[in-house]
Write a protein that binds this ligand. Structure first.
Ligand SMILES: *[C@@H]1O[C@H](CO)[C@@H](O)[C@H](O)[C@H]1NC(C)=O
Ligand SMILES: *[C@@H]1O[C@H](CO)[C@@H](O)[C@H](O)[C@H]1NC(C)=O
Ligand SMILES: *[C@@H]1O[C@H](CO)[C@@H](O)[C@H](O)[C@H]1NC(C)=O
Ligand SMILES: *[C@@H]1O[C@H](CO)[C@@H](O)[C@H](O)[C@H]1NC(C)=O
Ligand SMILES: *[C@@H]1O[C@H](CO)[C@@H](O)[C@H](O)[C@H]1NC(C)=O
Length: 438
């Protein structure tokens, strides 16, 4: 089985299809300039349409995580007398969740259409989930409006023939795949790897999309991959069968699944008595949840399997995003936590997820900068979104998350960290190398 790009796969939902037909028959709204809006102080209004999951803070791009960053960014833009004088930037928000708190690819495009026709926004911020971004991204392309997100990591968005309006200031799976290629080269493995991932085909399929990034980039470096798909929801995971497959067809295994499943795999691996030094398991844990305890002992659960898990984890290396090291980021996170508590009654932990909030902050600041430059060339009124997007791509900007380097397709270069067991007695994991995407 091969992974293919699943975004916009198969039949789009019927409703979306009807909307697209409707839109393609009507006059192109991108050509009609919207009425100019001014606020009470006579400032020209720049409206940003925000679409994100409102309540479910399991999503790194949920509103309680991103809202405080957006508020702060707009506060800074509106207070800066040099950035967009005579303008006032404000946002309108809509939720992309269904009643169960899951990102909904039928709700997101509907609220996008509502926002477009009720508010004439200059740009869209979000969505964050892959499927909702896929449908909204088709609309923003059609309307010629910039879409700025720090979510939407799937590799399908890299195709600028389809998604030419998206600027991504967060981490993406394309860059994760490039890091895997770097690892393969670094260790001198040129031929083959195994991809093991969990997929139950519901919600936003984060493990599936991460594996797709690896599959695609390793493939373009001529490294063949075989897939092992597991579904915890379908009953007990057949670890013995997986180990048999691993034994037969791979020594380098990339694993994208929940931590507990991965630990069970490793316990089974150790119990099976395979020659441990011949295998390496890269556990893809981009937000570093398995490393949250300090010092980091990602094998430890406090159960009877701890000793054997600790031994098994000698064959494990863990891949995470790298925490920005610049002083502005520390200050940003301090403010973010205080603002999240004050505005959303939400207690934000210290976590790599805050990188996504920072990515949205930097994305909005970069948009404001690009808007300033576009207005300087074109004068008043809403400039074509394409002109602004073009200015955000292939560009370097210094933001709260450090250097924001946007590539020629509108995706950000990302730094990764590789964690390894540095002390066999204590089983402690530490960062052993960092990969500079920039
Ligand atoms: C989501 O949050 C809003 C605002 O706090 C609240 O009104 C709503 O009931 C919440 N929805 C769910 C499903 O929790
Ligand atoms: C853009 O920035 C420059 C320099 O800060 C400022 O002088 C100019 O007024 C800004 N342009 C617009 C259209 O806001
Ligand atoms: C992959 O293989 C093809 C065909 O053999 C070759 O043309 C190409 O240069 C290779 N690419 C890399 C990155 O090695
Ligand atoms: C804030 O959150 C806490 C814990 O979830 C809750 O007990 C409290 O009632 C909330 N306060 C307000 C003002 O909503
Ligand atoms: C990106 O920028 C570089 C140097 O600034 C330039 O040489 C290159 O042509 C640009 N690429 C695109 C696609 O605009």
């Amino acid at each position: 089985m091969g992974l293919s790009c699943q975004l916009g796969r198969g039949k789009p939902p019927l409703l979306l299809l009807q909307l697209l037909i409707l839109l393609s028959w009507g006059p192109d709204p991108a050509l009609a300039s919207p009425p100019e809006r001014r606020d009470r102080a006579g400032l020209r209004e720049v409206v940003l349409a925000v679409i994100l999951p409102r309540n479910n803070t399991a999503y790194p791009w949920s509103w309680p995580r991103v809202g405080p960053a957006l508020e702060r960014a707009l506060g800074r833009i509106n207070a800066d007398p040099a950035l967009l004088p005579a303008h006032r930037v404000r946002y309108v928000f809509e939720n992309s969740e269904n009643e169960a708190g899951i990102c909904s690819e039928s709700i997101a495009p509907l609220v996008a259409v509502d926002l477009k026709f009720s508010h004439s926004p200059w740009a869209f911020i979000g969505p964050g989930c892959d499927y909702t971004s896929s449908s909204v991204g088709l609309f923003t392309t059609h309307w010629g409006l910039p879409m700025v997100t720090a979510g939407a990591p799937a590799i399908g968005f890299y195709d600028t023939n389809v998604y030419n309006s998206i600027t991504n200031t967060g981490p993406t799976h394309k860059k994760l795949g490039q890091f895997a290629v770097h690892l393969q080269r670094h260790f001198g493995w040129r031929r083959h790897a195994l991809l093991m991932f969990s997929d139950n085909k519901v919600d936003d399929r984060p493990y599936y999309f991460a594996a797709e990034g690896l599959y695609s980039e390793l493939g373009s470096d001529n490294i063949t991959t075989a897939d092992l798909v597991l579904n915890e929801q379908a009953g007990p995971v057949p670890f013995a069968t997986f180990l048999q497959d691993i034994k037969q067809s791979g020594r380098v295994v990339y694993v994208c699944c929940a931590w507990d499943t991965f630990r069970q795999l490793m316990v089974n691996f150790r119990k099976a008595g395979l020659p441990q030094e011949e295998y390496v398991f890269f556990y893809i844990d981009v937000f570093g949840r398995s490393l949250d305890s300090r010092p980091a002992r990602p094998w430890a659960k406090g159960d009877a399997d701890d000793p054997i898990a600790k031994e098994a984890f000698r064959s494990v290396k863990i891949v995470t995003y790298r925490e920005p090291q610049n002083p502005e980021y520390k200050e940003f996170v301090t403010d973010l936590k205080a603002d999240a508590k004050r505005l959303f009654n939400f207690t934000m932990e210290d976590s790599l997820m805050n990188l996504i909030s920072g990515g949205f902050y930097d994305g909005v600041m970069l948009y404001a900068q690009a808007l300033n430059e576009t207005l300087a060339l074109r004068g008043g009124g809403m400039p074509p979104g394409k002109d602004i997007t073009k200015r955000m791509w292939n560009r370097t900007y210094y933001g709260v998350t450090g250097l924001v380097q946007i590539d020629e397709n509108g995706d950000r270069e990302i730094d990764f960290a590789l964690w390894d067991m540095t002390d066999i007695d204590s089983g402690i994991f530490q960062i052993v190398s960092v990969y500079n995407g920039t």
